[in-house]
Design a protein around this ligand. Structure first.
Ligand SMILES: C[S@@+](CC[C@H](N)C(=O)[O-])C[C@H]1O[C@@H](n2cnc3c(N)ncnc32)[C@H](O)[C@@H]1O
Length: 252
C-alpha cells in the first residue's frame, strides 16, 4: 500500500530516529580524535552531545574528571542517559545556563554541531558562552565541513545508507539537497524508510557552511584565538580540498 511521508520536525527530536542515531553514525576517526583530547583534559563540556557517545566512551575508558553533555533534543538525551553513569546530561543549549566560573579545560562541538548555528547572533552568543565556560588555559575544539570542497554535491538521492536495527529490521536513509546553497546555508532532507514505520519519515535541516576566514572572524569577535587548524582527522593541513575545517582555539 502507498503511504505519504511523515514529515518530522527534526530527526534529533524524534524518539525512534534518535534511537537509530548511533547505528547510523558509528564510531569513526573523528571520534578517536576527540576521545584523545577528552582523555587528556581534566573537565569537558560537550555541546550538542547528542546520544553522548563521546563522553560515555570517555567515562567507560576511565576518565575521572567532570564530564558534561548538553543538547536541546530530549530524545537524544534519552539515549545518552542509558549509558555510563557519572556524566552530567543537561537538556538545553548554551543559553540555558550561566557559564561564569565553569572553568572547563575543554569544550567540544562534534558531529558538525557548529553548523546548526545559523544566524550571526546565534553564532556570536554560542561562541561567547563557550569562551565564558573555558578556563583561562582551556581549549575549544570543533569541526565544520569545508565549503570549498562542496561536500553537498555528493548528497544525492542515489546514495542510500542501510542499517540493521536492534530488532533486526533494515532502515534505509538517503539525503536530498533542496536547491543550491543560499549564501552560506544549505537546506536538505533526510528520508528514513523501513524499520517499524509504515511510511517514510522525512526530516528537513539547514546547515551553515562558514569558510575559514569567516570562522576566524567569529572566533576573534568572541575572544577566541585559533591555535591550530587541520583539514582532516589525521591532522593534515587545511587546503581547498580538505573535507573538514577542524579548529583548536583558546581564550585570547
Ligand atoms: C549531528 S548531531 C551530533 C551529535 C554528537 N555531537 C555526535 O557527534 O554524535 C547534532 C546535535 O546538535 C544538537 N543541536 C541542535 N541545535 C543545537 C544548539 N543550538 N546547541 C547545541 N546543540 C544543538 C542536536 O540536538 C543534535 O543532537
Amino acid at each position: 500500500m502507498w503511504h505519504t511521508a511523515a514529515v518530522v520536525d527534526h530527526s534529533y527530536a524524534d524518539l525512534s530516529l534518535a534511537a537509530l542515531y548511533d547505528s547510523l553514525n558509528p564510531w569513526g576517526p573523528g571520534d578517536d580524535f576527540y576521545l584523545d583530547l577528552v582523555m587528556s583534559a581534566g573537565s569537558v563540556l560537550d555541546v550538542g552531545c547528542g546520544t553522548g557517545q563521546l563522553l560515555r566512551r570517555a567515562r567507560g575508558e576511565g576518565h575521572g574528571g567532570r564530564l558534561m553533555g548538553i543538547d536541546p533534543a530530549a530524545a537524544m538525551l534519552v539515549q545518552a542517559r542509558r549509558g555510563e553513569p557519572g556524566v552530567e546530561w543537561v537538556l538545553g543549549d548554551l543559553r540555558t545556563r550561566h557559564w561564569d566560573g565553569a572553568g572547563f579545560d575543554l569544550v567540544v562541538m562534534t558531529g558538525h554541531v557548529f553548523q546548526v548555528l545559523l544566524s550571526d547572533e546565534e553564532l556570536r552568543a554560542a561562541l561567547t558562552a563557550v569562551r565564558t565556560a573555558l578556563s583561562p588555559t582551556g581549549r575549544f575544539v570543533f569541526e565544520s565541513r569545508n565549503p570549498d570542497a562542496r561536500p553537498w554535491e555528493s548528497w544525492t538521492r542515489d546514495r542510500v545508507q542501510e542499517v540493521v536495527t536492534a530488532d533486526d529490521s533494515t532502515v534505509s536513509v538517503r539525503h536530498e539537497v533542496l536547491g543550491p546553497p543560499v549564501g552560506d546555508r544549505l537546506t536538505f532532507t533526510e528520508t528514513f524508510e523501513g524499520g517499524l514505520w509504515n511510511r517514510p519519515q522525512v526530516s528537513r535541516s539547514t546547515l551553515r557552511f562558514l569558510g575559514s576566514a569567516s570562522l576566524s572572524g567569529f572566533l576573534a569577535g568572541a575572544g577566541l584565538t585559533i591555535v591550530a587548524q587541520y583539514g582532516d582527522w589525521a591532522r593534515g593541513p587545511l587546503t581547498s580540498d580538505s573535507p573538514e575545517i577542524i579548529t583548536v582555539a583558546r581564550p585570547s
